[in-house]
Write a protein that binds this ligand. Structure first.
Ligand SMILES: NC(=O)c1ccc[n+]([C@@H]2O[C@H](COP(=O)([O-])OP(=O)(O)OC[C@H]3O[C@@H](n4cnc5c(N)ncnc54)[C@H](OP(=O)(O)O)[C@@H]3O)[C@@H](O)[C@H]2O)c1
Length: 329
């Protein structure tokens, strides 16, 4: 496993980050502990979660994934794990139960620390924008948490480039801690959210990018075919998956399989290898329901595609890596 700096920071994270959204949603609690153990043994030191995971699953309150990670972490060296969690989603009823206000964040961080059984969070991320709270209010409370030692670095998720730029500007102007990472929805089927603007911003400002859903929720594993949808809570009946089922996307999967054959890599591994080859990406956040699934993703560690392969993928996805013109000229 290789380790990379998170953006301009000195924090070293594994090039694969383990996502935990599946815990007690599409995987059982036992599977979650097995996946955590296996990831750790393979050298993954970077774990992503959120207070809301997985509140949407029947029978779950929020905080389930954080609680599982907290139990697991008791037997691990805390200072060797980079723990990332998020705040923003609704965690309790009423007007203060969600958002990025000082009030909500101050309460939510204490709940996360308690469930995780730690006294600091390595990377505290704002899960998605809160249009009803001024950015400077959010950044000031995040800065207070960094100063108090409860949080070490701050990051954002689902922020478009213009909003992240505005946040950097406010941090700079007010001498506050700045966002050092961004967690966007980014994969071969959803490039426009990142390329070129967010990608260029991250390269220019030294912001670490940790994309989520790198396999498009499983579509880019190769198990979805033109005439087969596998049984999964993410598959059948899912609108997004239905939208992915285009001839262009299946042709892309065919090409990934073909290129993978030459390297003895699967479609899933070529998909992650493509992402690991993008210079603005620090670590894709991988999701796995089982150790078997995780093992396949681990087979992508260290994989870097050639320029010819990257170009062929650009042609198939209809995206030109135009951010390169800003940096390579
Ligand atoms: N910031 C945000 O708003 C946000 C949003 C979403 C996710 N995230 C983070 O990103 C992480 C990853 O997201 P994601 O789960 O959508 O990632 P993903 O990598 O796109 O999809 C993971 C899913 O792919 C399938 N899969 C993985 N490996 C497989 C294999 N070897 N064989 C067959 N199927 C396989 C599994 O689903 P099935 O077995 O069910 O098909 C698995 O749950 C989350 O856990 C979370 O930490 C953040």
């Amino acid at each position: 496993m290789e380790y990379r700096r998170l953006g301009r920071t000195g924090l070293k994270v594994s090039e694969l980050c383990l996502g935990t959204m599946t815990f007690r949603w599409t995987s059982t609690e036992d599977q979650a502990y097995q996946v955590l153990d296996h990831a750790w043994d393979a050298g993954i030191n970077f774990i992503d979660t959120a207070d809301v995971y997985s509140r949407w699953a029947p029978g779950n309150s929020g905080g389930v994934a954080e609680r599982i990670i907290g139990n697991w972490l008791r037997t691990r060296p805390r200072d060797e794990v980079v723990l990332a969690t998020k705040v923003r989603g609704r965690m309790w009823d009423g007007p203060l139960g969600e958002g990025l206000s000082r009030q909500h964040i101050m309460a939510a961080v204490e709940h996360s620390l308690r469930r995780l059984q730690v006294d600091y969070i390595d990377l505290y991320q704002t899960h998605w924008p809160d249009w009803e709270t001024p950015l400077d209010e959010t950044l000031r409370v995040l800065d207070d948490l960094v100063t108090s030692g409860k949080v070490r670095y701050i990051g954002a998720s689902n922020y478009p480039a213009w909003l992240l730029t505005k946040a950097l500007w406010i941090s700079d102007k007010l001498y506050l801690a700045r966002y050092d990472s961004i967690q966007p929805h980014y994969n071969l089927l959803n490039r426009a959210e990142v390329e070129p603007n967010l990608a260029g911003l991250c390269l220019d400002q030294g912001i670490g990018m940790i994309p989520y859903s790198p396999l498009a929720g499983g579509f880019l594993t190769g198990k979805y075919t033109r005439d087969y949808t596998p049984p999964s809570a993410r598959g059948a009946g899912n609108d997004r998956m239905a939208r992915y089922r285009t001839e262009q996307n299946f042709a892309l999967i065919d090409a990934l399989a073909e290129m993978g054959q030459e390297r003895d890599k699967t479609v899933l591994q070529m998909t992650l290898g493509w992402m690991l080859s993008q210079p603005f990406v620090t670590a894709p956040i991988i999701g796995a329901n089982s150790v078997t699934q995780l093992d396949e993703s681990l087979g992508a560690a260290g994989l870097r595609l050639s320029e010819d392969e990257m170009q062929r993928i650009d042609d198939l996805t209809g995206v030109k890596r135009s951010w390169r013109e800003w940096f390579l000229n």
